[in-house]
Design a protein around this ligand. Structure first.
Ligand code: SAM
Length: 398
């Protein structure tokens, strides 16, 4: 049994994938469907029948509700199958002819709960242990002429840890076979994904560089710096990468920032590392080494009341509070010109987590629209986020 998400937050049970969507080691082409931009995809890429979205285990309902809502906005109906705790969701449009449009229109960056977005063929099952390579290679061949990268992956679950040992061993021989088949080498080509459910069951698909995560399994491997005062530091490190990319212009030495809910200082540490001056606001103690850096001022105050004496470049906020209160606060900071950019964390202990994030989006958008402030707003559940998501809000040039 899978779960079908009818609209944002509305989940009901539906039967699992129809029999026709379970292929036993064979790759069958669907009727002739035009691909809008078939650059590098073969005509047989019409074997792609659905979307595979990786997510944090426990957030399948949110991921499914979100993809359903996004696609409804593109007038694409279908059903999402999501087993709780599995760490992935499969969305199958009722009309497979809509896949090429999805390939063009669906923006990975707009999805909050998906760590990765892969266009997949029907699941391959019962791969023979004696030769898994031949059917997998055949499946790879029918969807594209060339690939830029080959990724053999599993879900990010404890169950899949054992499986990942097998997958690691299988990677080298499979990559060799793909190279020998002449399927690699073009940097702008799609990435080939093999997503293992078990050693005999695999989703074969592709992702589009620039419209997907470039990290294997959608997970950035960031190292916890020894001198950082908390693990939370990785959240801000990842947030900068996700929202600003590798060489952000709006994050440079000499800038100024306010960190609301700063203690013990993991987020402040990331700013100091980039030579940004920080006012760390928290009634709790802030790491001594950070205070000794000479560019951190600790202010013991209520983060909801504090305002900087003059505008700063950045507001970062990791206070544990109701999401709607945080959303209203960052919107006011941007609207009143106290900062130009903001990264903030929304804690989601409630049941309707997707709905709650959408409510926060609405609060921010309404406030800034009413005050006629142009803005850019994005949310992502980062790998280092737990029961939470991270937001990015900036004031754009008018
Ligand atoms: N980002 C921090 C780090 O990386 O070390 C961790 C922050 S911790 C999750 C939340 C912090 O928010 C706590 O230190 C708490 O004291 C602070 N906090 C909660 N409500 C606050 C408020 N109204 N004003 C200021 N700080 C607040």
């Amino acid at each position: 049994m899978g779960e079908d998400v009818k609209g944002a937050g509305e989940v009901s049970r539906v039967p699992a994938l129809p029999e026709g969507n379970r292929h036993k080691c064979q790759v069958t082409a669907l009727p002739n469907l035009p691909l809008a931009n078939p650059s590098n995809l073969t005509a047989a890429a019409q074997t792609l029948t659905g979307l595979l979205l990786y997510c944090r285990p426990g957030f399948e309902k949110e991921c499914a509700a979100e993809i359903q809502a996004r696609l409804q906005a593109l007038s694409i109906e279908g059903y999402a199958k999501a087993r709780p705790g599995s760490g992935f969701v499969v969305f199958t449009p009722y009309d497979p002819a809509s896949l090429p449009r999805l390939y063009q229109k669906l923006r990975f960056g707009e999805l909050i709960f998906a760590r990765q977005l892969v266009f997949v063929q029907p699941q391959l099952t019962e791969l023979p242990a004696a030769d898994r390579i031949t059917p997998l290679l055949a499946a790879a061949r029918v969807q594209a002429r060339q690939y830029s990268e080959i990724l053999l992956e599993t879900a990010d679950t404890n169950e899949a840890k054992e499986l990942s040992v097998f997958v690691r061993k299988f990677t080298a021989p499979f990559e060799r076979a793909v190279r020998q088949a002449g399927l690699t080498g073009q940097p702008s080509a799609p990435r080939l994904h093999l997503f293992f459910i078990d050693s005999a069951t695999v989703y074969v698909g592709l992702s589009r560089p620039g419209n997907s995560s470039s990290w294997p399994m959608g997970i950035p491997r960031l190292k916890l710096p020894r001198s950082a005062p908390s693990r939370s530091t990785l959240k801000l490190d990842e947030a900068f990468l996700v929202f600003l990319g590798n060489n952000p212009r709006n994050l440079s030495p000499g800038m100024s920032a306010v960190d609301l809910g700063a203690a013990p200082g993991g987020w402040t540490w990331q700013l100091v590392k980039r030579s940004i001056r920080v006012t760390a606001v928290d009634n709790g103690p802030v790491d001594r080494e950070l205070l000794d850096s000479g560019i951190v001022e600790h202010v013991r105050a209520d983060g909801f009341r504090y305002r900087p004496p003059k505008p700063v470049d950045w507001l970062v906020c990791d206070m544990v509070e109701q999401p709607a209160r945080i959303a209203a606060l960052v919107a006011r900071w941007i609207a009143d010109g106290h900062c130009r950019h903001s990264i903030f964390n929304l804690k989601l202990p409630m049941k309707k987590r997707h709905q709650e994030v959408e409510r926060c989006r609405e609060i921010i958008a309404r406030y800034l629209d009413d005050t006629e402030v142009p803005f850019r707003l994005a949310f992502k559940q980062l790998y280092h986020d737990r029961e939470e998501v991270t937001g990015y809000l900036s004031r754009e040039a008018g």
